[in-house]
Design a protein around this ligand. Structure first.
Ligand code: ATP
Ligand code: MG
Length: 569
């Protein structure tokens, strides 16, 4: 028989539900978690978890813990208050910029509140593991993280203080790392399935940087701050920044000679397209940028925008900046607004082009003369592309790189991230173990995060309805919410059902509050979102209760015996 479970009486529970949405709340999870008394704002982006909220948070943590243990993860707890030095050694003390909470101790030494713990885990393993025999190892913690987010909005979806499960794998070989990564991927799939989240796995970096080295777990939701593309026809899904168009070369041999066109006052694509009466997509736009100070031109079809984030990510760690008027001084070959790659690509600038500028395609582009454009400019004939990079903003309907169907763009919440880090931190901290041959081997690492508190909000976003929260059973603060409509007999029956269910191992919340109207109790039960609601009401004297499914609204009248048997099964 199951262990007895706690029966929580609402008359003794510290809970205050609200009828109105908090004034500053924009997202459903923010409104409902506050109104249902699960969380309260303490200060900007910092939240207090009240009794029912803490139960939900614990349930998420428990699922995460069980699945991390199942892949051989070992739970540890590292400090959140950390000295500056390791983060200085990795470069992140600076790189994090304003996101980092920095503070000083009484002696004036610098500290930070950990935003994520790669440095400290690396040092822990350096201290504990000396031989290849000590590896592989997967360490994890469920811990409070701190990030001074610019716009902490949306309640616990994006906090400045939040709960994260972070884990780190340590291996001696690339194959080992791939295996640890695969284990995490599976564990994450099991975790999000058990939590009842609808999610997609998307590659977080472009194919150019190496396939599955980093993937994000996204929960589709209107309140999400991430966008991703997915294919309605196949299983392709990717971060919008990671989409790489596949374009085949075409036969451009029939295209005539380059022709110069008089196009006065057409420095913009719109002006040019209007002047010539052609679609913007027939033109080639060349954006000039500086990459580590060197001029680079980026060619994209005239109807597309360059995604500076994507460009930056492709070229990292190089720094990408826009050109300014000064960059044109002493460079007469660069005619502002009329730049074309013909004659200049590979000479006056390195030429990066979008895959859509495939070999053989022909374009109308700048003629490198004030007020003039050129037509019949053919890729591979009139200019060469130094590097193909997909750097345009993805648009709905763009072809799927897998199957060619029109892609969709959707909003989502990032709930997890898995990442093959490689040797970056091991190099920074000289993390070696003795190899089989007695020589030191540099360790390779993976880093893996789940937003535990964010997952609570993501679940609320995906499962709520107009009446309130609607938890999946595994996560709910109780299995059954018993409402005593108000009369003494009804309360007596409600408590009795509560006792019986509790004894059978069912987690029960009994609304035995005196002086609260049945209407308020029913509204609260809907708002709190426990999956099954039992009402001891009209027919309580006959020993009959109503059993209602919170999600479907299906209701049934059952005797107490029937109800207890059904709900404890
Ligand atoms: P985001 O892009 O949303 O800021 P991130 O990519 O910076 O997140 P990671 O460093 O990958 O986040 O952290 C691992 C996980 O921690 C994320 O997948 C997310 O679920 C969670 N997380 C990150 N920042 C926050 C936050 N401010 N509040 C709540 N959860 C967060
Ligand atoms: Mg991330």
């Amino acid at each position: 028989m199951a262990n007895a479970a706690q029966v929580q009486r609402m008359s003794r529970l510290m809970i205050k539900t609200l009828r109105d949405d908090p004034a500053d709340a924009e997202t459903a999870s923010h409104k409902l978690l506050v109104r249902a008394g699960y969380v309260r704002r303490s200060s900007a982006g910092i939240w207090t978890w009240l009794p029912l909220g803490k139960k939900v948070l614990e349930n998420v943590s428990r699922v995460v813990r069980e699945e991390m243990d199942a892949i051989g993860g070992q739970e540890v707890l590292l400090p959140a208050l950390l000295p500056k030095e390791p983060y200085e050694a990795s470069g992140r003390w600076e790189e994090y910029g304003d996101l980092l909470f920095r503070l000083k101790d009484r002696k004036g030494a610098d500290y930070l509140l950990g935003p994520t713990h790669e440095e400290i885990f690396t040092l822990t393993v350096k201290d504990q593991c000396t031989s290849y025999k000590d590896l592989p190892v997967i360490l994890y913690q469920i811990q409070t993280k701190y990030r001074d987010e610019a716009r902490p909005r949306s309640g616990v979806l994006r906090g400045r203080e939040f709960q994260m499960k972070d884990s780190y794998s340590f291996d001696t070989t690339d194959e080992g790392l791939a295996e640890s990564y695969g284990l995490h991927r599976q564990a994450y799939q099991r975790i999000f399935e058990r939590l009842g989240l609808d999610y997609r796995i998307v590659s977080a970096v472009s194919g150019a940087m190496g396939g599955s080295a980093s993937e994000e777990f996204l929960a589709p939701a209107a309140a999400g701050e991430d966008t991703f593309v997915d294919c309605p026809e196949c299983d392709y899904a990717a971060n919008t920044e990671a989409v790489t168009a596949k374009v085949a070369p075409v036969d451009g041999s029939a295209v005539g000679e380059i022709e110069e066109l008089d196009t006065p006052d057409t420095p913009t694509i719109e002006a040019l397209a209007a002047h010539l009466g052609v679609p913007a997509s027939a033109t080639l736009k060349n954006l000039l940028v500086k990459v580590d100070g060197e001029i680079v031109a980026v060619g994209v079809p005239g109807d597309r925008e360059v995604d500076m984030g994507k460009l930056g990510e492709h070229l990292a760690p190089a720094v990408v900046e826009l050109v300014t008027a000064e960059d044109f001084v002493d460079r007469p070959e660069l005619v502002r607004g009329y730049v074309g790659p013909q004659g200049l690509a590979g000479k006056a600038f390195r030429y990066i082009a979008d895959p859509r500028i495939a070999a053989g395609t022909d374009w109308i582009t700048g003629a490198n003369k004030e007020g003039k454009h050129a037509r019949n400019v053919v890729t591979g004939r009139d200019f060469e592309v130094d590097d193909y990079l997909d750097v345009v903003v993805v648009e709905p309907g763009d072809p799927c790189p897998n199957c060619g169907a029109g892609l969709r763009i959707d909003r989502a919440i990032e709930i997890g991230h898995i990442f093959q880090l490689g040797r970056k931190y091991a190099d920074a901290f000289e993390l070696d173990v003795l190899g089989q041959n007695g020589k030191p081997v540099r360790v390779t690492m993976g880093s893996y995060g789940i937003g535990v508190s964010r997952a609570v909000a993501a679940l609320a976003e995906q499962t709520h309805d107009e009446s309130g929260l609607c938890w999946p059973r595994e996560i709910a603060p109780a299995d059954v919410h018993v409402v005593a409509a108000g009369k003494a007999k009804q309360t007596e029956l409600a408590l009795e059902i509560g006792e019986q269910l509790g004894a059978a191992g069912v987690r029960v919340l009994v609304d035995d509050r005196a002086g609260v109207s049945p209407g308020v109790k029913f509204t609260d039960a809907e708002l709190l979102g426990v999956p099954t609601i039992v009402v001891a009401g009209r027919r309580a004297a006959e020993g009959v209760v109503e059993v209602k499914d919170r999600r479907t609204g299906e209701r049934e009248e059952l005797t107490v015996e029937e109800a207890v048997a059904r709900l404890s099964a």
